[in-house]
Design a protein around this ligand. Structure first.
Ligand SMILES: O=C(O)[C@@H](CO)OP(=O)(O)O
Length: 231
């Protein structure tokens, strides 16, 4: 049986402070580090081993993966980092407090920005210092690939080529895979794997630091899924 483990990074400093994050490269909070270590020790205790890991180019995911692999004595395995697993770009909301934005625009609008399929947050402008085009880590991206904002739909469209070209082939080669990513890049993957309709995806949220195990058939279709909470 094929098992695929997905995990959202541990709590970040901006998760803790309730600030829209997106592509901002915010570090883990102390609690997030604890969550990551706990995830690693649960995976180890349950007998999981990985041959390859995939993560984003954002440190909250990368460091979560480090702590997990360290707990599992697997720091030697190959790690592939890709912008395609980054959090959804939160546009002009990045850096703003979620409660304050809700006060200004209303809960309903903020819920649409946060959880709907195809309502992107307001975009950045080209001269905004939050625009990722000036960040060296994205220098290999074309202008069209660098987002000013993203809906979940946009996130799915930039992530799926990576699933098809890198993650799914690794699974087919019988490699045991862990993916450490973000709330919305994982919602994109879960929507795809579970074939969740566009109008149902708003109901799905993914918690920080808890391994989500997918059991897949040979065609990589899910047969079962569960969280490993260690209780
Ligand atoms: O701020 C963000 O980038 C994300 C994840 O923390 O927030 P949300 O819960 O609104 O998707």
């Amino acid at each position: 049986m094929i098992k695929l483990v997905l995990i959202r990074h541990g709590e970040s400093i901006w998760n803790y402070e309730n600030i829209f994050t997106g592509w901002t490269d915010v570090d883990l909070s102390a609690h997030g580090i604890t969550e990551a270590k706990q995830a690693g020790s649960i995976l180890k205790k349950e007998g999981y081993v990985f041959d390859i890991a995939f993560t984003s180019v954002l440190k909250r995911a990368i460091k979560t993966l480090w702590y997990i692999l360290d707990e599992m004595d697997l720091t030697w395995i190959p790690v592939q980092k890709t912008w395609r697993l980054n959090e959804r770009h939160y546009g002009a909301l990045q850096g703003l407090n979620k409660a304050e934005v809700a006060k200004k625009y209303g809960e309903e609008q903020v819920f649409l920005w946060r959880r709907s399929y195809d309502t992107p947050p307001p975009p950045l402008t080209l001269t905004d210092n939050r625009y990722p085009g000036n960040d060296v880590r994205y220098r290999s991206l074309s202008k069209e690939e660098i987002p000013f904002t993203e809906s979940l739909r946009d996130t799915i469209f930039r992530f799926l080529p990576y699933w098809d070209d890198a993650i799914a082939p690794a699974i087919r080669e019988k490699k045991r895979v862990i993916v450490v990513a973000h709330g919305n890049s994982l919602r994109a993957l879960v929507k795809y794997l579970d074939d969740i309709p566009d109008d149902k995806i708003a109901e799905l949220s993914i918690p920080t630091g808890i391994p989500l195990v997918y059991e897949l058939d040979e065609g990589l279709k899910p047969t079962s899924k569960y969280y490993l909470r260690g209780d």
